[in-house]
Design a protein around this ligand. Sequence first.
Ligand SMILES: [Zn+2]
Length: 106
Amino acid sequence: MVFCHKCGTDLPEGAKFCYKCGALQGPPSPNEFSVASEDLVRTVKNLIHEGNVRKIIVRDDQGRTLLELPVTAGVVGAVLAPWLAAVGAIAALVSHCTISVERKEG
Ligand SMILES: [Zn+2]
């Protein structure tokens, strides 16, 4: 028996999403995690500075993509500020979101 970690709904074995609240299920993957909106900007900044991140995708609780941030060497410089502003705007709209990270191979 599997229960949604967020709302406690009974879920079929192996369910990836809760059909009731939409929360992601399963063991937390290091490439996908949930953050509170007040931590969103800081988390995105930290990921960019990890250096092996290729893309950061921010989703809401329903799994809708809010922002796709392609991380290239250039993003760390002057281009970063408008992206962080966009991330900050998202943080103001939602209380919680999911971040998916694509990392470089190797
Ligand atoms: Zn649920």
